[in-house]
Design a protein around this ligand. Sequence first.
Ligand code: KG4
Ligand code: ZN
Length: 352
Amino acid sequence: MVADETLVLGIETSCDETAVGVVTGGRRILADVVLSQIDEHRPYGGIVPEIAARAHVEHLDRLIAEALATAELGFDELDAIAATAGPGLIGGLLVGLATAKAIAAATGKPLVAVNHLEGHALSARLGSDLDFPYLLALLSGGHCQLLIVEGVGRYVRLGTTIDDAVGEAFDKTAKLLDLGYPGGPAVELAAAAGDGAKYPLPRPMRGREGCNFSFSGLKTAVRNLLEKEANARPKDVAASFQAAVADVLADRTTHAISIARRRRPEIDSLVVAGGVAANRAIRERLAEVAGAVGLALVAPPPALCTDNGAMIAWAGLERLRLGLTDPFETAARARWPLDPDAAPAPFAGAKA
Ligand code: KG4
Ligand code: ZN
């Protein structure tokens, strides 16, 4: 069989990473450059949209040149230009999408406007020959959802968060514990040396019907605990927090598996994606959940879990194969749900 050498460049600027990737239809990653803006946002303890947009403008052209040099390719050799068009911070999205349009216009190559969440959702297919349909736990800083992935562009959302996303809960807990920013990796590191049974934190939504999540009460419980016990060791609090999150994710995912299998009995894989899927304890816990009911856990390597350009290039390539290219009038969208038919999350302020 001849390898599919379709070549797509992908641009990711939806949040605080400026990232560019080049992938082939044969699942090879030819370039994957990621510039984190962590240092620029650190003084503020979180992402400042204006600073993010400006940093994307400053660095994107150079990163595209770097990615093409690494891949040893010129623009003319590409088959399409993909960019994240939403959801995310609108300033950054505009920078990435406008740049992709300019390249596409100058080279005559097709443009593919990619949903960032679809980038995460399909990233597991870049690393392995995973077939549709599969169950996806999308666990990131902006989103926390359980979805059936029926195919490219076809998603059935089974549950979402009614308040904070799981990565947001990690980031806020890290802030409360003074562990620095970004919080997820810092909490994981601290938790590895702590006692997860030390503090019995709440497990919001555990045992409830359906597959929705809620994390704001857990964050408040951590704050209350720290106010009450000034001498609590951060590593024990981090471990107790992580244990609570793992319990909630395990419970919600177990529910989702039974709902998903009723709808699509052929589902044999649970895929985890998004930045929080880089967390080893959480991956291990979800592997247990999947294994207990005969599902395989598919987790992309950590570098493909956190935001990157390769996953956008790959989603662009999957869309290109189906003829799903986009006109230059395509607008960036701050909100863009994967499953537009899903019932809205119960409370205002919930994520798309
Ligand atoms: O997917 P991602 O890079 O960006 C979004 O689309 O949101 O996810 C970033 C989130 C952040 O909240 C970060 O703290 C969290 O993923 N994260 C982690 C870990 N690495 C990143 N959370 C827990 N453990 C980790 N090792
Ligand atoms: Zn993301």
